[in-house]
Design a protein around this ligand. Sequence first.
Ligand code: ADP
Ligand code: MG
Length: 237
Amino acid sequence: SQILLQNTEKLSVAGQLAAGIAHEIRNPITAIKGFIYLMKNGFGDKEEYFKIMSSECERIEGILSELLILAKPQINKLEHSDIQLLLTQIVDLLKTEAIMNNVEIITGFLTEDIHINCDENQMKQVFINFIKNAIEAMNKGGKLTIQTQTRDEEKLMIQFIDEGGGMSEETINKLGQPFYTTKETGTGLGFMISKKIIDNHFGEIHIKSEVNKGTTIEVILPLINETANYLTEDSIN
Ligand code: ADP
Ligand code: MG
């Protein structure tokens, strides 16, 4: 009955997702069709229409590229990765976006090298989503603190601490449902995908949030255990 239950759950999530995708993609397509009609009949400002049509196309592309991650059933390629280096690369990538939003990113990393077995592209996707969410939550600017700590010598904890608007109880409960967003231009896919990626890496996500104070997202990941690593190599040989 355990297996049956899991299957039903999976089906309903797939059904929910399919309905969501259809809805999310129909909206921009309806808009594009409308503008094509207007242009064909010689109405209005073509330049303006082109702008809107191309931004609607980008919206569809954005949804599809996020969904492609979900289509991959398993982790693609496991690499022995310096996780703090990955984080640094993503912080650098998003620095300009942070500055433009008056957000200061402060990092507090462990001095030793921390290694994790992960699919680097997927892990980067998770970091991008949590950092972007934090920046987007601080519409008046603020500090985003990203810090790492070890737990019980076998786990790594990464914290993303923002000073943004926080989440209501309703949002916390709905977080992770496909297409749940409170943003005008949000996709509502980022958290669900991040959760799936962290699950695939045997990790956990914890959320602490207070309205008008801020949010802390905690990611816990298993560290590469030297013994386990040695055993794996041994069993391969
Ligand atoms: P999106 O960012 O496209 O809205 P997500 O799945 O990344 O989709 O997030 C879903 C919702 O969760 C957001 O719309 C927002 O309401 C809430 N949320 C996520 N992260 C934060 C955060 N750091 N602070 C406040 N709200 C957040
Ligand atoms: Mg997001």
